[in-house]
Each structure stands twice: as C-alpha cells, then as structure tokens.
Design a protein around this ligand. Structure first.
Ligand code: HAM
Length: 415
C-alpha cells in the first residue's frame, strides 16, 4: 500500500511543541497590539509578478526559490515567499493611504521558498512581520526595532544582536554602485560564476555570497555606508542615537545588504549567538509603494522567522495547568462528567480517558504526559463524597470533599 510522507522541507508541528508556537504567537500579537499595530491578513497565493516586481527579478528568492505554477486558467501564480510585497499590494489596492497618514500592520503565517532544506531553513516556514507606512523619520525605524527587541525580551530570548546598516537612497547608490563595479571588475577572476553575473546584474548582491574565496576577495571593497549623502547619513545617525538611548544591542555592519531589492536606507538583521543564524530581518523601503503603482509613501518593517525562534524558547513549561482525571469504573465516569462540567464553567483545563484501565496504567500515562495534578475517583471515594487529588511531582495525595474541589484546584493552579 502507498505510504504518504510529507514533502521535503515541510514539517509537522506536533502537539508536544505546539504550545511553544502558541506562546510565541500570543506574545507577538500582544506586543504588536500594545504598540498600536493592527493585524492584516493577505492571501498565501498571489500573481507571480507581484513578487518579481516587489522583491526584484535578480534576487535568489525570485530566480531560484519561488513555488510557482500555472492555475487552471493558465495564470502564473506563486506561493508567497515573504509578506512585504503582499502587504504593499493590499495597501495600494485598498487605498489605505486615503484613510490614514500612518498605517501600522502586523501579519503572521506560512511563507514558501524552494531553497535547499537544512537546520533552520525550511521550504515552508512561518514569519511574524510588521510594516509601517507613511513615516520617513528614522524614529519609525527605531520603533520597529524597539518592538522587536521588547518582544524578544518578553520571550526571554537573550544573546541576540541587531546588525544594522544603511543602503542609502537612489542618489547615494548611483556613485557607490559605479565605484563598486569598477573594483569588482579588477578582482573578477577570483570570484565565483554567480558573482561574475552579479557584477552586471546586481553588484550589491556579491556581499551575500557564501563562497569562502569570494568572501576573502570582497574584504577590501568599498562599503555603501561610506558613500551616503547628507540626508541618509543624518537619517542613520538619528537611528543609531535612538538605539544607544534605548540600550539596544547592535553592531554596525557595512557588508549587510539583505537578499531583497526593495530596501533603501536602514537595513537590519537579528542574529542569535546560540544558533549563529538570522532570526529576523527588515529595513526601510521608501520606493516600493511608488514602484508598485501607488503614491510616493515611505515604509519600514521586519519579519521574524518563527521556526528559528522556537529552539530559543525555554523548555520549562510543565503541563501544570491541565488536570488529569482518572475515573475508575462506571459510576466514576458518570460522576466524572459532572466534575468536568464544573471545570468547563470555571475554565479549568482537564483531560481524561474513558477506557477501563488499571490505576497504575493511568498513573503511568499521566506521568508520561508530564501532568502535575491528577484527580482519582473510584467507588470508594464516591460513597464517601470525596475525591483524591494527587501531586505527581511530589508523589503525595490528599482527600478533598467533593464540594471543595474547585476551590482547592484553583488554589493549587493559582488561577
Ligand atoms: P527575510 O530576511 O528574507 O526578510 O526573512 C525574514 C526572516 O525569515 C529571516 O531572518 C529568517 O529568520 C526567516 N526565514 C527566511 N527564510 C527562511 C527559511 N527558508 N526557513 C526558515 N526561516 C526563514 C523578509 O522576508 C522581509 N519581507 C522582511 C521585511 C519586512 N522587510 C521589511 N519588512
């Protein structure tokens, strides 16, 4: 018989781990709402051209990594590889700029990139992102960085650094790119074939090359941060002052260019010492709304890779809050349902099993599930009008009067 397995690079998130995902999602939502951001939901499937235009036709994402296909009417569509292009499309299509001067959005969901899967890199992965439209001032860049930093703190994720850089505006790019091209031509023999193509198509991308030889050869190249115009230099300085004042751990990294073409001025990535991987990336994209057919509106945002955040979340959550009910015999099952209804009323989480097992089997199951509290109910207890509450961690148990169960459990669970 045919056995079905999941596609390469896709994952099942099993219940043992899902609580961590829910915790991360909840904290991100809480923090975004706290900062006055509102949720936006955009489709997972879009016209392919949205990403070609938005992200850039010569980027790796568009050239190599898109899940693209023709639909039944022959339209070229793609699974979204990121959220920014879709949010920009929705912003323009719904003319949100006519309703408010500043728009702050957050979004969450799966993204798809057909890359070579490895630890921390999947073909389906989850991003939590924010985008702010309408603000030129670098305080907006500071705000999104602060929001991300505060959220990481709330998640108790430490050992993270913000790498920051400025890619300047169209004006500063012109003189820089021509100088960069000149220098690259001089060393082109020592570069890989991909980088040779990049010199013509998109020279900034050479800084993203993973090839060790290229990295060595690129060491002495000029960096865009040294070519910024007056306005961009000031914009970056205000951001750096903001980060200093707010104790954000950052490092100016002149070679940080990011893999998407829409960035202007600020770009940043968050790296985790523990995993040596980028857990988030973002920056300013002042021309994208206009380039995609909307008005001239600046924007800034970031996206966090939730799959990469999960391994950094502490694994200390016990299943304390779920009471495991052991119902021994028919009468206990009937009584047990009465108790369960009280639990539902008082929002006490519970779990039970209606198969007729031995007490020792039930206790083994409860301990395997790491349940801290068990209720044991048999005919004896029913006749006496009590239940047994067992602390699985300490191995002790006490008899409690039936009418006092709820109070007692609430006290134990502190809820
Ligand atoms: P990005 O750097 O391509 O930026 O992705 C953001 C984050 O998504 C990365 O730092 C990483 O944590 C996670 N990520 C990316 N690819 C994968 C993958 N294959 N597997 C697991 N995690 C992955 C963007 O997507 C921009 N849209 C961010 C942005 C928003 N810029 C401005 N606004």
């Amino acid at each position: 018989m045919e056995i079905f397995i999941k596609l390469r690079g896709m994952r099942d998130i099993l219940p043992e781990e899902v609580w961590k995902w829910q915790k991360v999602e909840k904290i991100f939502i809480e923090m975004c709402e706290l900062f006055g951001y509102r949720e936006i939901r955009v489709p997972i499937l879009e016209y392919k051209n949205l990403f070609v235009r938005g992200i850039g036709s010569s980027t790796d994402i568009v050239m190599k990594e898109m899940y693209e296909f023709k639909d039944k009417k022959g339209r070229e569509v793609a699974l979204r590889p990121e959220g920014t292009a879709s949010v920009v499309r929705a912003y323009i299509e719904n003319q949100i700029y006519n309703r408010e001067k500043i728009s702050r959005f957050y979004y969450y969901g799966p993204m798809f990139r057909y890359d070579r899967p490895q630890k921390g890199r999947y073909r389906e992965f989850y991003q939590f992102g924010v985008e702010v439209f309408g603000g030129k001032n670098s305080y907006f860049d500071g705000e999104v960085i602060l929001l991300l930093n505060e959220t990481l703190k709330k998640l108790e994720i430490s050992g993270t650094t913000f790498l920051i850089n400025s890619l300047g505006c169209k004006n500063c790019k012109v003189s820089y790119i021509s100088e960069l091209k000149n220098q690259l031509m001089k060393i082109s023999d020592s570069l890989c074939s991909d980088c040779k193509i990049r010199i013509e198509k998109n020279p900034l991308r050479v800084f993203d090359c993973k090839n060790e030889n290229c990295r060595l050869s690129l060491k002495n190249l000029p960096l865009i941060i040294d070519y910024l115009c007056e306005e961009c230099r000031f914009h970056f300085k205000v951001l750096v002052d903001f980060l200093n004042r707010n104790n954000i751990n950052y490092r100016i990294t002149g070679s940080l260019v990011r893999g998407l073409d829409y960035y202007t001025k600020t770009v940043f990535e968050v790296i985790s010492e523990k995993e040596d991987i980028a857990i988030a990336g973002g920056g300013r994209y002042d021309n994208l709304v206009n380039d995609m057919g909307g008005p001239d509106i600046p924007a800034v945002g970031f996206a966090v890779g939730i799959d990469r955040i999960i391994p950094l979340v502490k694994d200390d959550e016990k299943n304390e809050k779920v009471i495991y009910l052991i119902l021994l015999g028919e009468k206990a099952k009937i009584k047990g349902i009465e108790i369960i209804k009280k639990f539902i009323n008082k929002k006490i989480n519970f779990e039970t099993d209606y198969e007729d097992r031995k007490l020792s089997d039930y206790l083994r199951i409860a301990s395997k599930k790491r349940r801290k509290w068990c209720i044991i109910l048999g005919e004896n207890e029913i006749d006496k009008g009590v239940i047994i509450l067992k602390d699985m961690e300490r191995g002790i148990q006490e008899e409690i009067k039936e009418e006092e169960i709820i109070e007692k459990i609430k006290e134990k669970l502190k809820c």
